[in-house]
Design a protein around this ligand. Sequence first.
Ligand SMILES: *Cc1c(COP(=O)(O)O)cnc(C)c1O
Length: 395
Amino acid sequence: MAKLSDETRKRLKSRTRLVTAGRKSEEHFGFINTPIFRGSTVLYPDAASMRGPRPRFSYGTKGTPTTEALELAWSEIAGAAGTVLAPTGLAAVTLALMTALKAGDHLLVTDSAYLPTRHFCETVLARMGVETTYYDPLLGAGIESLIRENTTSVLVEAPGSQSFEVQDVPAIAEVAHRHGMCVIMDNTWATPLFFPPHERGVDLAVEAGTKYLGGHSDLLLGLVSANSTWYRRLRQTFDAFAMCAGPEDAFLALRGLRTMELRLREAEKQGLALAQWFAARPEVKQVLHPGLPGAPGHEIWKRDFLGSTGLFSIILQPCSERAVDAMLDGLELFGMGYSWGGYESLVIPFDCATYRTATTWNPGGPGLRFQVGLEDIEDLQADLDAGFARLRAAD
Ligand SMILES: *Cc1c(COP(=O)(O)O)cnc(C)c1O
């Protein structure tokens, strides 16, 4: 097998990239996968090399062949200048924020952001003297009216956590860059396969690898990829925190990467099938799925995204909490628990009204968020059908 030339690599399609990226079998005796390197100390050959420039591997926290393989692969998939790993998705969000911000800055964050991201802004960032303003996720270029002299960064998340509004990321990035700001995006839902972040104007893109990259609910991991403007600063901040990912998790993520497109395409198919089934149910008031016409930001999704995934929400017709609980508690195939992106189906009840500040959340009925797994769709529908019968009986 000849080595992949740079010209060939440049024109590879994403599926081929997922198979070839980050592999260096010649460095480990021909074995296809980079093994798990565990280690703190890295030995230097002599005193002179200890005084010289930092070698490729210098200490466990700075990286190993396992973490480097994943970083290189992810940079190639995301179209980034470089990537760093973090122990969790939330740690990756905080690392991106700490890369971009300094004391006295003003930060714009979408009102639809992942709740623990908000919590970080309201506690740690507030203590550090960074002020956060939340904005309507459907604001688009109108975000310009919120920019102050000290506004240095904006954090977008599209689609929104739980509520699934799709933001106009290119329009926000255009405005932000005109004001010299850094654009951070939590791109966990789409992954770079369905939303190439840096091509769309994002400077620092965050992925909770815990979700679709891992794909099996058995690891915690975060990734931050950067364009060439921000990569040096990102790597410097990563080194300063030494908040590194575990070797087994990096290995499992590399394994997950190889099948990520296949799993995402299946998640897309299953997600749309279930979303359309919900849309035809009398118990359902609204389906919040970016791929369905009428969902908030659907037209932007069609323009900017290359696919949809298996996480979406529904709003039930008004009914009692007792009825919702009767539906949820009897489900046999949908587990109740946080996180998503694995092979199994999940559901959680949610209410954005408890924390939103820039927008009013009043959808007119209880909200349920679904993660659709790889089960047969008819089995899932039968489980939900029985659930709706319990809901009607208890209301
Ligand atoms: C799950 C999630 C995270 C955090 O990932 P963890 O690995 O659980 O910390 C961040 N952002 C989004 C959008 C998520 O869904």
